[in-house]
Design a protein around this ligand. Structure first.
Ligand SMILES: Nc1ncnc2c1ncn2[C@@H]1O[C@H](COP(=O)(O)OP(=O)(O)OP(=O)(O)O)[C@@H](O)[C@H]1O
Ligand SMILES: [Mg+2]
Length: 571
């Protein structure tokens, strides 16, 4: 075993900054992200970026935000210096994109850094230059109001990091994608990006959201968008969802913003795919630009050093708002195939009466004192599941915090479907989906008798059956969970009819729901894509119970780091 040094000392600022930079500054696009976020937090309406050599030689950002006075400018390079939070309780209602007070000191510690800034009421600005850990040099300077930051020779003093940078074309591609996301999130701000003297993008601010989407995603996308707008209490969603026919093989056309922050979140992605349901083939994704405005205490943004993840206090309600809002818009849109939109229609609101609300948080920040009933804080173990791999075509290896989770894919699928079916049954009936091509099923005498005498009960369970002649019946709807799973619905129908009249008569057809859930679930031996697994895990997080299975199979086994350690020590 390696000998541990036992003299403890506090790291000096420079080392601490470099450690923080390891988390915050991964590549040029992460520098751009932090600096643009600072500009937006400073209220800028114009953000100009000049990049050289993929950001390796130069990243320069000029904004017309509030600027800083000389004292603040010097302080801004110190670790944990921020104007955005003051005390621990502020962390629960973060209204700005930044709040950690780490970005500038981290960036400055790994580059040749220059800051010029002036507040609007000052006659003179300040210039501060600092190369890596060198003492900052400051001097008064005449400059425009706002802030102008240049970051040269990124990682000049961290060769190991520099080695991992990609080709210039890849780095600028990432920066350009990031600016596109920012531009979609903040349509009221003028963004421009230049690389090696050539214009990459220029998004003026004088246009509305639709124009911004057209500028960023193209005219073709813009022609295929359906407006989405719904408000439930203080939770609001607005934006556009693409028509189902305009879909893509990956989820890169899915832009979701929460209070102005671009977030790729599994709960939101799952809500979107659920909303499209059968309108999209498996493995296809819609194009959506959606803005969620939530009370600041409805989510925790202090989850990841790069602030690219959030945790919802109540992910179930966010999921359901997103799903319903999109479903409703699709159901109302002309030329979109009709979907079973009962659920959407049940929650239909008069959208015209809704107050308009800012998208992307680009205007007035929402007041923090919003009178929103505080939700319960998530339980301490509410970390998300992280899918690692599928094992033997039947188990998933996942991570949750410091624990290892082994999940039985069939039992998990069954549990998720069963939860859904129970919920639907409690609301009156199983949600069904009309088949594009009704299926012909042959029912032997005894099953035909059950189908005949319990036709209405079968319909309530999602199977619409009609006698065709002889032993043949026509099946025109399936329970939605089955239709979406792509499995043979007639097999599930047979099982249901075999279980007989007694269960069908019951007000609580638990066994029938369980058998439907079992049919709809992944079977052992099924290959499951990473995306599908992540979606299921996101749903699992919105389920209440995860420990039982309707079969005798265990859904999940959790092995803590301590247990692993105990094993290791035993050997
Ligand atoms: N472009 C800017 N215009 C005006 N003030 C700025 C600008 N950039 C930074 N600042 C000031 O400098 C402070 C430090 O910035 P820094 O990015 O390091 O931290 P932060 O934004 O507060 O938090 P985070 O580390 O999460 O980004 C900010 O809180 C802000 O007051
Ligand atoms: Mg910042």
């Amino acid at each position: 075993m390696r000998k541990m040094l036992c003299t403890i000392h506090v790291l000096d600022d420079h080392v601490a900054n470099q450690i923080a930079a390891g988390e915050v500054v991964e590549r040029p696009s992460s520098v751009v992200k932090e600096l643009v976020e600072n500009a937006l937090d400073a209220g800028a309406t114009r953000v100009q970026l000049t990049i050289e050599d993929g950001g390796k030689s130069l990243i320069r950002i000029v904004d017309n935000g509030c600027g800083m006075n000389p004292q603040d400018a010097l302080l801004s390079l110190k670790r944990h210096a921020t104007s955005k939070v003051k005390c621990a309780t502020d962390l629960q209602t973060i209204a700005t994109l930044g709040f950690r007070g780490e970005a500038l000191p981290s960036i400055r510690s790994v580059a040749r850094f220059q800051l010029r800034t002036r507040t609007h009421d000052a006659v003179e600005g300040i210039q501060i230059s600092a190369d890596g850990d060198q003492e900052p040099v400051r001097e008064p300077i005449g400059c425009s109001a706002g802030t102008d930051i240049s970051v040269r020779d990124l990682f000049f003093n961290v060769p190991a990091r520099r080695k991992f940078l990609r080709r210039d074309s890849t780095e600028i591609q990432r920066i350009s994608e990031l600016i596109n996301q920012m531009a979609l999130g903040w349509p009221g701000v003028h963004f421009s990006l230049q690389h090696n003297g050539r214009k990459v993008s220029d998004y003026p601010s004088d246009s509305g959201l639709k124009d911004r989407i057209r500028a960023v995603l193209g005219k073709k996308v813009c022609q295929q968008l359906i407006p989405v707008k719904m408000q439930l209490g203080e939770h609001k969603v607005a934006g556009y969802a693409g028509t189902p026919s305009f879909n893509r093989p990956n989820n890169r056309g899915l832009f979701t913003f929460i209070n102005g922050r671009f977030i790729r979140d599994r709960v939101l992605q799952h809500a979107v795919t659920q909303a499209y349901g059968p309108l999209l083939e498996r493995g296809r994704y819609p194009v959506c630009v959606l803005y969620l405005n939530l009370p600041y205490d409805a989510l925790d943004v202090n989850v990841h050093p790069a602030k690219s993840e959030v945790r919802f206090v109540n992910s179930g309600s966010i999921h359901s708002l997103m799903e319903r809002a999109i479903k409703l818009s699709l159901a109302d849109a002309p030329n979109v195939l009709s979907i079973d939109s009962d659920e959407a229609v049940a929650g239909k609101l008069n959208l015209d009466q809704l107050p308009s609300f800012p998208v992307g948080g680009n205007t007035e920040p929402e007041p923090t004192a919003h009178g929103f009933a505080p939700h319960n804080k998530p339980p301490a173990d509410a970390e998300q599941f992280e899918f690692l791999s599928q094992l033997a075509h039947r188990y998933w290896v996942c991570k949750k915090g410091d624990s290892l989770c082994l999940i039985n894919q069939h039992a998990l699928g069954q549990q998720i479907h069963l939860n859904e079916l129970r919920k639907q049954w409690a609301q009156g009936a199983i949600v069904s989906q009309r088949l594009l091509f009704p299926a012909r099923v042959t029912l032997p005498g005894t099953l035909a008798a059950v189908a005949d005498s319990h036709n209405e009960e079968c319909r309530k369970l999602g199977f619409e059956l009609e006698h065709f002649g002889g032993d043949d019946w026509v099946l025109s709807t399936l329970p939605q969970v089955l239709a979406e799973s792509g499995r043979d619905g007639s097999e599930a129908l047979m099982t249901l009819l075999k279980q007989g009249a007694r269960e069908l008569n019951s007000n609580n057809p638990g066994t029938l729901l369980a058998s439907m859930a079992c049919h709809a679930a992944w079977q052992q031996g099924d290959d499951v894509s990473v995306h599908d697994a992540e979606m299921a895990l996101a749903r699992l997080e919105t389920c209440h119970s995860t420990s039982n299975c309707t079969h005798s199979q265990t859904v999940m086994t959790i092995i803590s780091a301590e247990e692993i350690e105990a094993w290791m020590e035993r050997t």
